[in-house]
Design a protein around this ligand. Structure first.
Ligand code: SF4
Ligand code: ZN
Length: 260
């Protein structure tokens, strides 16, 4: 996932996963003097929720002496998640917020000249997403995610998920053993009923049939390898509004912002 001279833009939300990954990457960075880490914190504009996480992230970056860049939806897109959810939306708030976060992190990474983007997704997140995509009838999305996502056309930075095969409970254990302070309250807009059901289901399966989560992760990796061998990559155009690469006329974020 990493090269000795990478400049990693690490998305730090202030939750247990990103703070754990930050601590581990900092240890690695010290062994490779040509590598660099910048923590990227995104302020979605969610009152009463995001401030605490941003503060926790800031404190940990200070303690570890890591550079930090904070970008906000307000300054990048002229709106906030709080404002978007007040509109009459077709999809759940996270669909909008997630798309904008990806775009915000891409912009921040480009700004600092990063060579890779890292996120703190863990094994549980990954396998829940695999099943979610199946239940949403979008199996090809499984191909477009995964532990290392590099764009063969070179238009997007490679995104990596170094904790993708670490169970969530081991990350919690690492965070507690290392005395990390992380945010525990949930976002007021999160409506993750289906994901929560899948979390419960997968935890029950894991208890009864140990190894279920790893098997699912490997199955998705095999599917990915099979599919990548066959289709040709999509042709990309420049979004007519912002210039970002997109298979359509406008990128997903610009379409959503127009709706919002
Ligand atoms: Fe955004 Fe949803 Fe995450 Fe809240 S839970 S910050 S709305 S993606
Ligand atoms: Zn666009």
């Amino acid at each position: 996932m990493l090269s000795y001279n990478d400049h990693v833009a690490l998305a730090v939300s202030g939750g247990k996963d990103s703070l754990t990954l930050l601590n581990i990457l900092v240890k690695l960075e010290r062994k490779f003097p040509q590598s660099k880490i910048t923590a990227v914190c995104v302020d979605e504009g969610i009152e009463g929720y995001r401030e605490e996480a941003l503060n926790l992230a800031a404190k940990e970056c200070e303690r570890l002496n890591v550079r930090r860049l904070v970008v906000s939806y307000r300054e990048l897109f002229g709106t906030t998640t709080d404002e978007i959810v007040k509109r009459d939306l077709e999809k759940a708030p996270c669909s909008y917020c997630g798309v904008l976060r990806r775009k915000a992190i891409n912009k921040a990474a480009a700004l600092i000249g990063a060579t890779k983007i890292a996120t703190g997704h863990n094994l549980d997140d990954e396998v829940q997403t695999v099943l979610l995509n199946m239940l949403h009838g979008d199996p090809l999305r499984i191909v477009r995610s995964g532990p290392v996502l590099s764009d063969v056309r070179g238009k997007f930075l490679t995104r990596i998920k170094p904790l993708c095969d670490i169970p969530e409970r081991e990350i919690v254990l690492y965070a507690y053993l290392n005395g990390l302070q992380f945010q525990t309250v949930a976002c007021p807009h999160s409506n993750e009923a289906l994901r929560n059901d899948l979390r419960t289901f997968l935890n029950q399966m894991e208890l009864k049939h140990p190894g279920t989560k790893f098997t699912l992760l490997r199955t998705s990796q095999r599917l990915r390898e099979l599919v990548i061998k066959t289709p040709r990559p999509l042709e990309l155009n420049a979004c007519e509004k912002c210039g970002d690469p997109t298979p359509h006329k406008y990128c997903e974020a610009c379409l959503m912002l127009a709706i919002a």
